[in-house]
Design a protein around this ligand. Sequence first.
Ligand code: TA6
Length: 302
Amino acid sequence: MINIDTLNKKYGIPGIVTIHAGENGLAWVEISNDHASASIALQGAHLLSWTPRRQEPVIWLSPDATFARGKSVRGGIPVCWPWFGAHDKRSDFPAHGFARTVDWELTGSAQLPEGTTLLHFRLLQNEYTAQFWPHACELDLELTIGATLDISLVTRNMDTSAFVITQALHTYFQVSDVTRTSIDGLDGCAYLDKVENFARKQQSGPVVVAGEVDRIYLNTGADCVIADPGYGRCIRISKQGSQSTVVWNPWKDGCDRMGDLGKDGYLNMICVESANAADDKVSIAPGEEHCLSVSYKVESIS
Ligand code: TA6
């Protein structure tokens, strides 16, 4: 059982970091510094919001998001781990792994000299997680909140044999109107089109959304830039340790079917996910670690 007073004594920073009990006992961390505000749930180490000063929110959270134990929140940055999408052998295992629906421990906080705020979380492993993932390992998520949002997800193999993961930071970005938004950085990339039964295709020019989009771009470590003329800004996504980029918008039918995106919520979101997915599997030897790190930054539109 999480004790909020103890957490605040250990990790609270007066006027900057506060831990709240939250709805249905889902504790969350509120961050407010000179550069940005943010919130992160301990369940899933799930970033729910990040808003740099004088900006519209960069991260989209569904107006119909529900906060319930064991259920991933719609929006924010779900951590998909140790597999992305469906499990390749067990259809009864949860989609996108279990990291997004279990408690993580808040293990560190610090105010950095530049006025940014560092938070550190570690996945709590127990009998429940062991049924899906019987390997000795550590999973750490570190976030630096400022005008730039930096996130790193580190998987450490503490076992005696190698294991293989797929993963994603399944980031939902807020956009003014997805039909007037484009994503640069994937021109010429091969991708698997989930809408057409994983047909292999090639991107030509920027990605635009005029219907359901669900694609895994392969073999790409490139920056992606979301251009949003309605908000007069671009969002730059730079990544390391990730060779796949997933782009997803469910469009109207998917939105109505899913029921938790808000009415026409699909118009204000686009997922651009820094991933290791499909053929891009990561094998980690005993004693080794893998780091997936991403930076999000708002830029003026050119
Ligand atoms: O990353 C894209 C995707 O895998 C889509 O296929 C879509 O189902 C989406 O994630 C949301 O998945 P979720 O399990 O959160 O409903």
